[in-house]
Ligand binder design. Structure first.
Ligand code: 4NP
Length: 150
């Protein structure tokens, strides 16, 4: 079974949404994938995803309300073949922690390496709609390009 870990800073806004989107695709298309998410920080360990991420996921038929934030574990580098960062700072942090199999989600879906904007700092819900749209397109392209969806 192939495995993917989505990583952002807090593991409460972007990566739980990525986790939910990828898990839904895996379920719907019966892909043999193990998917999880984590944060580079320890700030929100044990917390549920932020309300706006739960809401935008729900609007798209995905329930992420039961997820709990966690930080990186030392064994993640062995467990996961693909460690997928939400922005360039996350990628840099992962590489400096010694992770090798690190990907940037913005390199997929035609976003030319764009960071997934951190919606934690946005006022309002609109930022989350944009984040959802970007993640949906880039994750689908990632799965196809990495031959995880075939
Ligand atoms: P995330 O968003 O990395 O997408 O989960 C953030 C959540 C919390 C903080 C920053 C980003 N924070 O500074 O607490």
């Amino acid at each position: 079974m192939k495995s993917i870990l989505f990583v952002c800073l807090g593991n409460i806004c972007r990566s739980p949404l990525a986790d939910g989107i990828a898990n839904k695709i895996a379920r719907d298309y019966k892909l043999d994938l193990y998917i999880d998410s984590a944060g580079t920080s320890q700030w929100h360990i044990g917390e549920a995803p932020c309300q706006n991420s739960i809401k935008i996921a729900k609007q798209n038929g995905i329930d992420i309300s039961g997820l709990k934030a966690r930080t990186l574990h030392r064994h993640d580098s062995q467990t996961f073949e693909y460690i997928v960062a939400m922005d360039k700072q996350n990628k840099k942090d992962l590489i400096s922690l010694g992770y090798e199999n690190v990907y940037l989600i913005g390199e997929y879906g035609g976003f030319n390496g764009l960071d997934v904007p951190d919606p934690y700092f946005f006022p309002g819900f609109e930022g989350f709609e944009k984040v959802y749209e970007m993640l949906d397109l880039s994750i689908k392209d990632f799965l196809v390009k990495e031959k995880l969806w075939q």
